[in-house]
Design a protein around this ligand. Structure first.
Ligand code: PRP
Length: 218
């Protein structure tokens, strides 16, 4: 990619910190969008700039990425579909990057399968209370009590906090090692590109060029 217009405004990317960000940086490199500094894991810098292409990048907590994009503080974001669904921000989801594939599932001990068939109010622990509520309200039509947790959700049914959990399953190893099972699949997940609604209009050309280039390498 080459930028010849010196008046061009910066296009800003918000990347969800962690594995997703590094995979995205690799992908962007493949289409000629480079940012050496962001790859330095020891840096405390928050914003990285590619002056030549008039691009800025920042790393943010995954759940904050849709917020930055909704408000236009970032034009483009890369974040998991789990976060997009949970945050339900006003943004455009424009591309599936095809990595970070996993599933959002209802999990628990085998004995909990019966509870999912009945009409009793069950307790559901999750880092994703919104996704869990939507699923039980609109898909299963089952009354539930949602308990919001912030991590190691698999603990909840083991120690008796909840009947089941709604959580991400990637390899299934965490469930297996803790004697839990996938009982139902809520939805498939992967890394997605999201775009600010106004940016999509005013920066249509630059953004669609980037998306087209990404499409060729994914
Ligand atoms: C995620 C998820 C599961 C685990 C699934 O947790 O919440 O616990 O990964 O992966 P697996 O199917 O490959 O075992 P994460 O590592 O993000 O930690 P946390 O639960 O403490 O947030």
């Amino acid at each position: 990619m080459e930028n010849t217009n010196t008046e061009t405004r910066y296009l800003t990317f918000a990347l969800a910190k962690g594995r997703l960000a590094y995979k995205t940086i690799d992908l962007l490199e493949e289409i000629g969008i480079t940012c050496e500094e962001i790859k330095d894991k020891s840096t405390r810098k928050l914003i990285f700039v590619n002056e030549e292409l008039k691009l800025k990048f920042f790393l943010a907590k995954a759940s904050d990425v849709p917020t930055y994009v909704e408000y236009g503080a970032a034009d483009i974001g890369v974040v998991g579909r789990d976060t997009i669904l949970e945050e339900s921000r006003k943004i455009h989801e424009v591309m599936d990057l095809g990595f970070g594939k996993c599933r959002m599932c209802v999990c628990g001990p085998e004995s909990a399968a019966e509870l999912l068939k009945g009409n009793d109010i069950i307790r559901v622990a999750s880092k994703y209370p919104h996704i869990a509520k939507e699923y039980f309200d609109n898909v299963k039509h089952q009354s539930v009590e949602i308990i919001k947790l912030n991590g190691s959700v698999e603990l909840a049914p083991i120690v008796g906090l909840s009947d089941v959990i709604v959580d991400i399953v990637e390899t299934g190893a965490t469930l297996k090692e803790n004697g839990l099972h996938v009982l139902e699949t809520v939805t498939d997940l992967s890394a997605r590109v999201i775009v600010n609604r106004v940016s999509l209009r005013i920066e249509h050309e630059r953004i669609s060029r980037i998306l087209k280039d990404l499409n060729k390498v994914i």
